[in-house]
Design a protein around this ligand. Structure first.
Ligand SMILES: Cc1cc2nc3c(=O)[nH]c(=O)nc-3n(C[C@H](O)[C@H](O)[C@H](O)COP(=O)(O)OP(=O)(O)OC[C@H]3O[C@@H](n4cnc5c(N)ncnc54)[C@H](O)[C@@H]3O)c2cc1C
Length: 434
């Protein structure tokens, strides 16, 4: 097993782009997780993602306070290596709404961001047509591949087509030769290759400059501010915890501290550094340096699980992971065998559904051949709290469905928005330059 070092999604891309874009730059990456995530086979295989994200030793273990709808937030330490690996980019309008916030935000419009996405991607589709080429890059580091449609999945696709659901052959992207291509695999690995040698005082006449230095198992505590320049809140370094001791790291004169610790921990570091809502900072005896709505505006994906069952022998030959999905309004993915079944040669099939309209649509799909015939899939079923099948939904009124969705929904792994990019007058935490 390699001792591959890791970092977050944005951190890996930034490290590589900065090291290639700025001559003689030195980068220190401080990363809370350890280097060996890939030694766990569940993490490196995309088809085991549902299991991988239940590995709690790779998880911050965060949960929300009690909500009206039952929910939990579960940002995992290494989202970059444990995500589901489709890469939908959202709608053009979402980017254009950012850009509309002012002339300086123009760089965030769809056209600019699409070019940035393409610049990251090495899409492996053979013979892409012109339309596909408009949306994908083919020369970069992040390997991206279409998922394979076969067996029950092709049955599902056919039924959906017959029901008039438009087929999208570019729902994006799945895996890289059946192994996850995380941003650490491609971007961080590439950043680490760039080691430069410069003339120096060493006996051999050269001083080795290690351009990117990654420190794993390192927890950033707070930003260190330039106390002599109090009015401007200029960051000059960070304080971090590593090997049982608190350390400090300072930037070079024109350097920058870049915080990209995810949607939960970036606000935490900012708030510990005195940037955030005044009342929260004061309640925790933190000196207020800048009052901003840090941590507000949390957005996440709703998720609601229901199950459909099949006769095991009809599906065991293909089922090795989350390969069946009904995608509805870009909000839902996948079928998952339960943990026990995953290694079973005769697994059950379950389909994840979300929101009432999807549940109804899913029921329609499942009633159709070949799913109902060849694969013998029964209708979506509702489990009780002990996992027992209690109803197939036939007897449920709309009110019952709504109640069930409220009871069974939670949020799922895509927290964002907590350091909103907008002018301060519109609740922004960071501006167009982030
Ligand atoms: C289970 C799961 C499935 C997902 N599926 C998909 C998917 O299919 N498609 C998709 O597009 N997106 C998916 N996502 C979301 C996607 O992975 C995230 O949006 C993305 O990784 C966020 O990137 P980031 O750089 O902001 O944060 P992260 O990738 O989370 O990186 C933050 C890094 O900061 C480190 N860190 C945090 N706090 C500190 C600290 N105090 N000191 C030092 N280091 C710290 C963390 O360890 C982490 O490595 C999924 C996420 C999860 C958790």
């Amino acid at each position: 097993m390699t001792n591959m070092q890791r970092a977050g999604t944005a951190g890996c891309v930034l490290a590589r782009e900065l090291i290639h874009g700025i001559p003689n730059i030195n980068i220190l990456v401080l990363e809370a997780s350890g280097p060996n995530a890939h030694s766990n086979g569940l993490i490196s295989l995309p088809c085991t993602w549902f299991q991988a994200f239940q590995l709690y030793d790779h998880d911050w273990g965060y949960v929300t306070q009690e909500q009206k709808m039952k929910s939990h937030v579960n940002p995992i330490k290494e989202a970059a290596v444990k995500n589901g690996v489709p890469y939908p980019r959202g709608k053009a309008k979402q980017y254009n709404d950012w850009a509309a916030q002012g002339p300086e935000y123009k760089i965030w419009d769809w056209d600019h961001c699409l070019e940035a996405f393409k610049a990251l991607e090495n899409n492996l589709r053979e013979n892409p047509d012109e339309e596909f080429k408009q949306f994908h890059g083919f020369n970069s580091l992040h390997h991206v591949q279409d998922f394979e449609v076969y067996d029950i999945l092709s049955g599902l696709v056919d039924v959906a087509k017959n029901l008039g659901i438009p087929y999208n052959d570019d729902f994006n992207v799945y895996e890289w030769r059946r192994k996850r291509c995380s941003l650490a695999d491609c971007y961080l690995r590439d950043a680490l290759k760039k080691v430069e040698f410069h003339p120096g005082a060493e006996p051999n006449g050269f001083r080795k400059v290690v351009a990117v230095d990654i420190r794993s198992y390192t927890h950033v505590l707070e930003i260190i501010w330039d106390e002599e320049n109090k009015k401007e809140n200029i960051a000059i370094g960070v304080r971090y915890f590593c090997n049982g001791t608190v350390h400090e790291a300072f930037i070079a004169p024109k350097g920058e501290v870049i915080i990209c610790s995810g949607a939960i921990n970036s606000p935490q570091i900012l708030m510990l550094s005195g940037v955030g809502p005044k009342e929260n900072l004061e309640a925790n005896n933190i000196k207020v340096r800048k009052q901003l709505p840090v941590g507000r505006n949390l957005l996440d994906h709703p998720n609601c699980l229901f199950a459909a069952k099949s006769t095991p022998e009809k599906i065991h030959h293909w089922s090795s992971g989350s390969e069946v999905g009904i995608i509805h309004k870009a909000n839902v993915e996948g079928k998952i065998p339960c943990k026990k079944d995953f290694f079973d040669e005769n697994p059950d099939i379950q389909i994840i559904g979300i929101i009432i309209s999807l549940l109804k649509l899913s029921r329609e799909i499942i009633k159709q051949p070949p799913l109902s015939t060849v694969y013998n899939i029964k209708e979506i079923g509702i489990n009780d709290e002990f996992g027992q099948w209690i109803t197939n939904g036939d007897d449920l009124s709309d009110e019952d469905w709504e109640k069930l969705v409220f009871e069974k929904s939670n949020t799922m792994f895509h927290p964002s928005g907590t350091a909103k990019m907008a002018p301060e007058s519109k609740g922004g935490v960071v501006n167009h330059r982030l």
